[in-house]
Design a protein. Structure first.
Length: 292
């Protein structure tokens, strides 16, 4: 099982931060060519990011790159710079409709062939960041076999909706539910929006728990200090793992006796409950030893 609890954005135009990125234990390092890069710095950021992809992949890290949107007209240049052996995936900013995904699929294939990368190797994540995109989320989720995840971009989404982004996060509940449901229906991973307040780790943890409770598998983050709380939230706790092992043992014993359900500590255990327990165990094994 691939880990995707934490995806740390690293500004593509910051050579110092790209150099430091390997030291941070994020599951994924996502080099950003979009929001964090000024228009006049895009070309330089591509050069820096391209070199960083090779260096970080060589260090054994999982590397993604956030591309500028199709609407920006910069996507092809972004891909020409960063597609190379070892790049795991790209995140398409501000995906508006299924055709955006199909366009990037074609552009990716073009660059894979140019770089002698097996076509279809570089995976794709679509960022849902507007009301328009949310309404077409299900179509977007099925637009390409490259798609592995949907991401909710909370800041752009609330801006588009014309409402403030609050610490309570209720304004994102509907969007989170839609994105998580569409991702699950299409067998994709659901990835939550970053928490913007770097110093408020308590708020971050509460926000991450809300997202997990709505079906998200992991969260983008903007600062290394957010890694430990996010890993804690999106990894099963020791108590959850112990309970899951008990459930699975009871279920397997029931199956051996020819039973379709069994009671455990006053709770009914049937196939969905057992499969949920199996998933918790798999997640714990994928997470490995506790890390920050």
């Amino acid at each position: 099982m691939i880990r995707h609890r934490s995806l740390l954005f690293v500004p593509g135009g910051r050579a110092d931060l790209l150099e430091k990125a390997a030291r941070f234990p994020a599951d994924v390092l996502c080099l950003d060519l979009e929001e964090s890069v000024l228009p006049e710095e895009k070309a330089r950021a591509r050069e820096l990011a391209a070199a960083a992809v090779e260096r970080l992949v060589g260090a054994g890290r999982t590397v993604h790159v956030r591309l500028n949107s199709i609407e920006s007209g910069l996507t092809r240049d972004d891909l020409a710079a960063v597609v190379r052996p070892g790049l795991a995936a790209v995140l398409l900013a501000k995906t508006q409709e299924p055709q955006d995904v199909r366009d990037v699929d074609i552009l990716l294939r073009e660059q894979e062939l140019a770089r002698e990368v097996k076509p279809g190797t570089v995976e794709l994540i679509a960022a849902i960041e507007s009301a328009r995109a949310l309404l077409r989320c299900e179509e977007i989720s099925r637009a390409s076999t490259r798609l592995v995840a949907l991401m909710l971009g909370g800041e752009d989404f609330t801006f588009d909706l014309g409402v403030p982004r609050t610490k309570e996060g209720r304004e994102l509940d509907h969007a989170r539910a839609v994105v998580a449901t569409c991702a699950r229906a299409a067998r994709l991973v659901a990835l939550d929006t970053p928490w913007a307040d770097i110093a408020d780790l308590e708020g971050l943890e509460a926000d991450a728990r809300r997202a997990r409770g709505l079906g998200f598998d992991g969260k983008y983050i903007i600062h290394p200090s957010h890694l430990e709380p996010v890993h804690r939230v999106f990894s099963p706790s020791e108590a959850e793992v112990v309970s899951a092992r008990q459930v699975l043992a009871a279920w397997e014993e029931a199956q051996a006796r020819g039973l379709g359900a069994v009671q455990l500590n006053g709770r009914m255990v049937d196939r969905p409950v057992a499969e949920r327990a199996r998933r918790v165990i798999a997640q714990a094994e994928a997470a490995g030893p506790a890390d920050g």
